[in-house]
Ligand binder design. Structure first.
Ligand SMILES: C[S@@+](CC[C@H](N)C(=O)[O-])C[C@H]1O[C@@H](n2cnc3c(N)ncnc32)[C@H](O)[C@@H]1O
Length: 274
């Protein structure tokens, strides 16, 4: 695993020390330890991207998964998307993430959902994943690319491990006009943030050997979602503040502001590897 200066910062940002213990404590208010949890129960906590489980469901539907698909969820966070895919399509998912604290929480939550037989999580670095060539049918990349400086290398590494005809499903933030306001959910300042514009993203993907089958601007629908959830934001209970700390609402507020002021956009894309 390479440890670049930016990876050290990013690992620190997502370090989530004591996270699994905080989750266990928060879950006691929801269900006893002996009760199997559902994907829906965990959704306020474990979908670490704009529009939460709605975005995961749309992207998965557009990717076309079934019980025989093996998916790599790269930058899997605490595993909410992986659990959704397995519970919905019966596929197999491998989740890889830079953060040991997130992988620990992902493994714990997956056991609580009784889905461990079809999901495997491991700590790893996106540019050097420990898998053979052509070993996955699909790669999911949701709100991860903006943490990775060498975008072409990232997309090429995903292409390497995809089987011919395999699909890359990516859901990310793209840079638009003006400076991005930080702290944001993925970075406390610009030094750990590597946003591209929509057209730079498309060029990087095409240079890495992909063809788009879906390319969609989801900014407006994301803004509508923010209006709805920010009006009804819960205090306490299950939410990503358990991982990211007390300033998580400020980070989320800045993300909404960046979208509202056209500093950022939201892009969904599904691509085939030729
Ligand atoms: C905003 S979270 C998204 C998590 C998950 N994809 C989701 O949507 O719920 C970004 C994740 O990317 C991971 N990440 C960032 N840089 C990475 C890298 N170079 N290799 C692997 N994971 C990385 C972080 O640790 C974090 O869990």
């Amino acid at each position: 695993m390479t440890d670049t200066d930016s990876n050290i910062k990013i690992r620190e940002h997502y370090s989530a020390i004591g996270f699994t213990e905080r989750i266990k404590a928060a879950l006691t208010a929801i269900a006893p330890e002996s009760q199997v949890l559902t994907v829906a129960q965990l959704a306020p906590l474990d979908q670490f991207h704009t529009r939460g489980i709605l975005a995961t469901a749309e992207l998965a539907g557009a990717t076309g998964l079934d019980a025989f698909t093996h998916v790599l969820d790269l930058g899997c966070g605490i595993g909410g998307p992986a659990r959704y895919l397995v519970a919905t399509f019966g596929c197999k998912v491998t989740g890889v993430d830079l953060s040991p604290g997130f992988i620990d929480a992902a493994t714990y939550l997956t056991a609580r959902c009784d889905l461990s037989d079809r999901i495997m999580f491991q700590v790893g670095e996106a540019l050097h994943v420990p898998f053979d060539d052509a070993s996955f049918d699909a790669v999911f990349l949701q709100h991860v690319a903006m943490n990775i400086a060498d975008r072409t290398a990232l997309y090429k590494e995903m292409r390497r491990i995809l089987a011919p005809g395999g699909r890359l499903a990516t859901y990310d933030l793209v840079r638009r006009d003006g400076d991005v306001v930080y702290p944001a959910p993925w970075a406390r300042d610009a030094s750990a943030s590597f946003l591209l514009t929509e057209s730079e993203t498309r060029t990087a993907l095409e240079e890495a050997g992909y063809k788009a089958v879906l390319w969609r601007d989801d900014t407006e629908v994301a803004l509508d979602w923010f209006k709805a959830v920010m009006g009804a934001q819960r205090q306490g209970g299950l939410n990503l503040g358990l991982a990211m700390g007390p300033d998580f609402p400020a980070m989320t507020g800045n993300l909404a502001r960046n979208l509202r002021e056209n500093r950022l956009g939201v892009l969904s894309a599904v691509l085939t590897r030729d």
